[in-house]
Design a protein around this ligand. Sequence first.
Ligand SMILES: [Zn+2]
Length: 438
Amino acid sequence: MLDYPCLCKKLFFPALDIANRTNVSKKLAFLEKSQWWSEEQLTDYQNREIRSIIGHAYNNVPYYRRIFKERSIMPQDIKTKEDIEKLPILTKKDVKRNFNDLIAKNHSMMTLHKTSGSTGEPTAFYVDKEAESWKLGCTLRSWKWAGYNLGDRHAQLGVWSRRGRKKVKDILLRCIYLPARKLNEKMIYNYLLTLEKSKVKSLIGVASSLYLLAKYASKWNFRINFNTLVNLGDTLLLHQRKLIEKEFDCKINDTYGLGGESIEIAAQCERNELYHINQEIAFLNFLKVRKSQNLSKIIVTGLRNYAMPLIRYDTGDTCILKKAKCSCGRSFDSIFSINGRLIDNVITPNGTIILNYFFPGLFELVDSIDSFQVIQEVPKEIYIKIIKNDKFRYQDLDFIKKSISKECNNDLRVFFEFVDQIHKPENQKNRYVISKCS
Ligand SMILES: [Zn+2]
């Protein structure tokens, strides 16, 4: 007799594929094999997919036909991943300006995905079913790396409420879905109670919501632990990781992807050492931000979305690279850490970059400040908006000033402003830093 996970894999999941006109089951089966390919196999496969999408873009996408013509190059000039640099970088602005010309003329089955974007500029992308299937396949593979198996009872902290087909999917896949677009204390309390009572061992959610849950679980003395924790979105900041892992007694597996563009880029495996790039669906270029720094901009070529190909697309995110292989034995190219949007880092006049996650880590040490926002309008100074509480003492500001000075070798003047409210645009909960100098 089949057990539930087996029933899920063999029956429910393929049935959901039929209902959604996707083929995630097949993609997942493929990805479970390809994760053990050698470096050479992965490179060959990636080069083949690059040639294929480049040929398609030239033949069917007016924007790329024009780009090739302007540069006097032909698809056959791009044979390997090294050759792809002959093409220019595609920015979000380019996508907006050339939206209709980026849609493939021979494609009709596509869905419009809208994203508010981390900079608050709404962007839209057309995505086909193949790209959606590959993305979900990679997502499920990364959940598996974190210890979750299809059919396992689990909880998901999502964004929007579920209706219709998605609700049926949750029932079949045994998912307790908790919408977390806007959380308040009462909701958090109820969610913690639900998690405690249900005894689910896997929790999947966006970093900022997981962090809030962990924070209140600690405050209200909940004793909840998991075997699997996955961050689905938002840059996972160091202090968030520490608290979530401590409170829920479980390592968190971070993932990195572009939701609207429908490209799942990388994820941490069970060893939790590095981020493995999903080379079967994405090819990455890295651009150094500053010569003296390790920071690189992430440029991605999506290998699966033929409805609207994104070639050398500027994600706006940065990372730190490390030439190392993971002890898990997979041969994927790897990233050491994902650092979020470049715009969120402070850059001083001498070129020192204070990475965005430095600030929340610092303010975590000061319990007299409820909320803050760092603003850099000119290179030599920052001002910090602060919402203080009853415990506030002026010595706390000296501590903050000294810590920042140490981080940037006294290269910044620091000012403070006490405020009652800090405006953070929708979907930008991690916008701790706004810099006009980066
Ligand atoms: Zn690994």
